[in-house]
Design a protein around this ligand. Sequence first.
Ligand SMILES: NC(=O)c1ccc[n+]([C@@H]2O[C@H](COP(=O)([O-])OP(=O)(O)OC[C@H]3O[C@@H](n4cnc5c(N)ncnc54)[C@H](OP(=O)(O)O)[C@@H]3O)[C@@H](O)[C@H]2O)c1
Length: 311
Amino acid sequence: MSLIKACARSINLVRRNPPLCNASLRPSPLGLSLHPTFRRTMASAMAKRLEGKTIVVTGASSGIGKSTAKEFARTSPKNLKLILTARRIDALKALAEEIKAEVGDGVKVLPYQLDVSKPEQINNFVPSLPEEFKEIDILVNNAGLVKGVAQAPDIKAEDMSIMFDTNVTGLINMTQAILPIFKKRSEGGRGDIINIGSIAGREPYAGGGIYCATKAAVRSFTESLRKELVASRIRIIEIDPGQVETEFSVVRFYGDKAKADAVYKGVEPLTGDDIAEIIVFAAGRRENVVIADTLVFPSHQASAGVMHRKS
Ligand SMILES: NC(=O)c1ccc[n+]([C@@H]2O[C@H](COP(=O)([O-])OP(=O)(O)OC[C@H]3O[C@@H](n4cnc5c(N)ncnc54)[C@H](OP(=O)(O)O)[C@@H]3O)[C@@H](O)[C@H]2O)c1
């Protein structure tokens, strides 16, 4: 969490929990006084729970994945390992530098080039990790994309394959690669799998036939997995964003930025940071708490197709 956000939260906490005794106050970074109960906040409990964890984020070179990497680092900056994966290795290296500059050496970052649509690359992923990064605790299956708005019978075979190979087979292969690490642990296994679905997986729309189908598959796989692992401590979490402004629409329109910008005209979409905060919140709950499922909209969205646009 950024300093500004932490301070804003502390102000709200002080407002909601007025100090009982001035002698117990200490100055905050903004010169305000914090009640001792604030020292034991949700944020610090979350930092403690995440401490020492090794976290894999797929699709960390941009958007929600990039924000998630930063949010984990800010939330638990003392002792964390992040394995950041995507195809664009230069972007991952730059992100590793950004994180180091912001939080210091407590967070060890491993940028790792990985195309999740290539099963052979996933097969090689865990075996090729340095020893100190092998004990993975959290997998954020975020890599995903949409290509085009074509409707049947004009959907390109290539786009169909890219979406299914990345969003569905890639996510399942990553899960299968990492689950054995979780299952070796006590009580039938421990670890978190956080799958990024979409409103599109709940509510199919015209022009999204393939993307919606891939996200419905993610939802179905996620629910099966939660049932299969019910006797373990492995938490299966799904987070379904509504509209988020990232590179998503640029990719959808094959790099046409003007078309992508038009998607967000007159609305105020979510940001990658908004979803990242929810991902980290879910991972930072007490072990017996599973945020199984969330649907997250910006204020002006009420379904896949219901958006209030300012003219
Ligand atoms: N933006 C939205 O409105 C929205 C709404 C609901 C759900 N989502 C979901 O949120 C997730 C993240 O999307 P985003 O909005 O953050 O979009 P984004 O900015 O385009 O980020 C997508 C990420 O996925 C990675 N990726 C794509 N194909 C990959 C592949 N074959 N192998 C490895 N990584 C790959 C990209 O990295 P490289 O290109 O470097 O590989 C990039 O880091 C996706 O699963 C998306 O479906 C987005």
